[in-house]
Design a protein around this ligand. Structure first.
Ligand code: AMP
Ligand code: MG
Length: 393
C-alpha cells in the first residue's frame, strides 16, 4: 500500500505521449499541437481597410477629394490614385497601394457622385491595417503543446494552415465486471444492481475528447475475466476495469492481470475512497483496476486516470490543481487514511464545505460537488476557518 503522493508521482512518471498524427486543421478541435505552426501567408495578406469609408491619396492641407471608383471586400483592383483623389472603400477591402489613408464615412460629406469633403484633414495610414500586422509569412505562430480550441482552429485556418500535427487520442476499453450487474434495459430483479459505471466512465472520457471507447462486460468468473482482459489489452491503449479488484473470493481482476503478464506499478493506496486501485502496464497498454463502487471509481478516475490520458494527448498540465480555502464548518475526519471528500466551494470562492453522502457507493454528491477537499493521512479534528486543501473539479 502506497501514499497518495507516491501514487500520483508514479502515474506521472509512467505516463507517456501518444504518437503524432497529421490531421486536417478543421478536425483538430480538442487535440494538442505536436509541432510549431508556421504561417503560410502574411496576415492581413494586403493593406486592409479597417472602416467603411473613403481611401484617399492625401493632398496636403486639402479636404476636397475627387471620387474615381469603388473597392469592395474581395475585389482585386489596381486604382492609381493621384494626390487629391479618393475611392469609395468598405471594411476588409484591399486599400490601393497609391492610397495613404481611409476616412470613415461618418466623417465625409458626399457632395455628388464624384466629389467629397472630409470633415478632418487625413493623416497617413489612418484606418489601414498594415500588411502582416498580425503575423508574417513563415512566422512561428503556435507552439507544441498548445491546446487547440475553437479560436486556435480559426487562427490556423486564417493563416492558410490546412493540416496540423497533433498527439493522437488513446483508444480506451472499459471492462465492467460483476455478476450482480444488469442493463438498464432489463426489468429489475432482487439482488441485482443497474450497471452504471460504464456510462460514468464513458461520459468522462467523452468530456476529455476521447471518443474511441469500447465497453466490455464480464461476470465474476476467472476464465471469462482473463479472456476479456486479454482482448482489451491487445486492442486498446488504456484499459479501465470496473470492479473485481478487491480481496473478495469473486474478485478475479488482479489474478487475471497477473496471469496475462501485467507489470504491477502499484496496487492499493492509503486513501478513502478508492483504496484497492490497481495501476499496471501490459506491453504498450496501461491498465487500471478501479473499485466498483461508483464514487470510488470516479475519484480514482479524476486523480489517477485523467493525468495519464491528458499526458497521452499532449497536455502540459496533467494533474488537477490544488489551492487552500477555509473550511466553513467543523469536521471530524474518520480513520487514518488520506481522504478525498466531495465538497462545495461557494460561488465567491471564499470557503469550502464537505457535502453529505460521502459513501463510496453513492454517486449523487458528485452532481453538485465542484471540488474535493483533500485531507492528508492522520488528519483529525478540523475547525471552522482552518485552511484545507481544495482540488477544484
Ligand atoms: P466490487 O469493487 O466489484 O467489489 O464492487 C463494489 C460494489 O460496487 C458492487 O457491489 C456494486 O454494488 C457496485 N458496482 C460495481 N460495479 C458496478 C457498476 N458497473 N455499476 C454500478 N455499480 C457497480
Ligand atoms: Mg464485483
Amino acid at each position: 500500500m502506497i501514499a497518495v503522493e507516491e501514487a500520483l508521482r508514479l502515474v506521472e512518471q509512467r505516463a507517456s505521449l501518444g504518437t503524432v498524427i497529421t490531421i486536417p486543421t478543421s478536425e483538430a478541435l480538442g487535440f494538442t499541437l505536436a509541432e510549431t505552426a508556421i504561417s503560410k501567408i502574411n496576415m492581413p495578406p494586403f493593406r486592409q481597410s479597417a472602416m467603411d469609408g473613403y481611401a484617399v491619396s492625401i493632398l496636403e492641407g486639402s479636404t476636397a477629394y475627387t471620387l474615381i471608383g469603388e473597392a469592395k471586400a474581395g475585389d482585386s483592383h489596381s486604382y492609381d490614385l493621384k494626390s487629391g483623389e479618393a475611392v469609395r472603400i468598405f471594411t476588409g477591402a484591399a486599400v490601393p497601394d497609391s492610397a495613404d489613408a481611409v476616412i470613415m464615412q461618418e466623417k465625409v460629406n458626399r457632395l455628388s457622385d464624384s466629389n467629397i469633403i472630409l470633415e478632418e484633414i487625413p493623416f497617413s495610414n489612418q484606418n489601414i491595417r498594415p500588411l502582416g500586422e498580425q503575423c508574417l509569412q513563415g512566422q512561428e505562430v503556435l507552439f507544441p503543446q498548445t491546446h487547440l480550441n475553437p479560436a486556435a482552429l480559426s487562427y490556423l485556418i486564417s493563416l492558410g494552415i490546412r493540416e496540423v500535427k497533433v498527439y493522437r487520442k488513446p483508444k480506451v476499453a472499459i471492462v465492467v465486471t460483476g455478476s450482480e450487474l444488469i442493463s438498464i434495459n432489463t426489468p429489475y430483479s432482487t439482488g441485482k444492481i443497474y450497471e452504471s459505471n460504464s456510462i460514468l466512465l464513458k461520459s468522462e472520457l467523452n468530456q476529455l475528447g476521447i471518443d474511441e471507447v469500447t465497453i466490455l462486460k464480464v461476470e465474476d468468473n476467472y476464465q471469462a475475466t482473463e479472456a476479456v482482459l486479454k482482448t482489451a489489452l491487445q486492442n486498446d491503449d488504456v484499459v479501465l476495469v470496473s470492479g473485481g479488484i478487491s480481496v473478495g473470493d469473486y474478485d478475479f481482476v488482479g489474478k487475471a492481470l497477473r496471469a496475462l503478464g501485467t507489470e504491477e506499478i502499484f496496487y492499493k493506496i492509503k486513501q478513502k475512497p478508492g483504496k484497492p486501485l490497481f495501476f499496471g502496464k501490459n506491453k504498450d497498454s496501461f491498465v487500471y483496476g478501479l473499485p466498483g463502487n461508483p464514487a470510488s471509481a470516479l475519484t480514482c478516475f479524476y486523480m489517477y486516470v485523467q493525468p495519464l490520458l491528458k499526458k497521452f494527448m499532449g497536455s502540459k498540465e496533467i494533474h488537477l490543481k490544488r489551492k487552500k480555502l477555509p473550511l466553513s464548518h467543523d469536521y471530524t475526519v474518520k480513520g487514518i487514511r488520506a481522504q478525498f471528500l466531495k465538497a462545495y466551494v461557494d460561488s465567491n470562492d471564499m470557503s469550502v464545505s464537505v457535502m453529505n453522502q460521502q459513501s463510496s457507493a453513492m454517486i449523487a454528491a458528485f452532481i453538485e460537488a465542484n471540488a474535493y477537499i483533500f485531507f492528508p493521512e492522520y488528519s483529525t479534528e478540523i475547525k471552522e476557518g482552518a485552511l484545507v486543501e481544495v482540488i477544484p473539479l
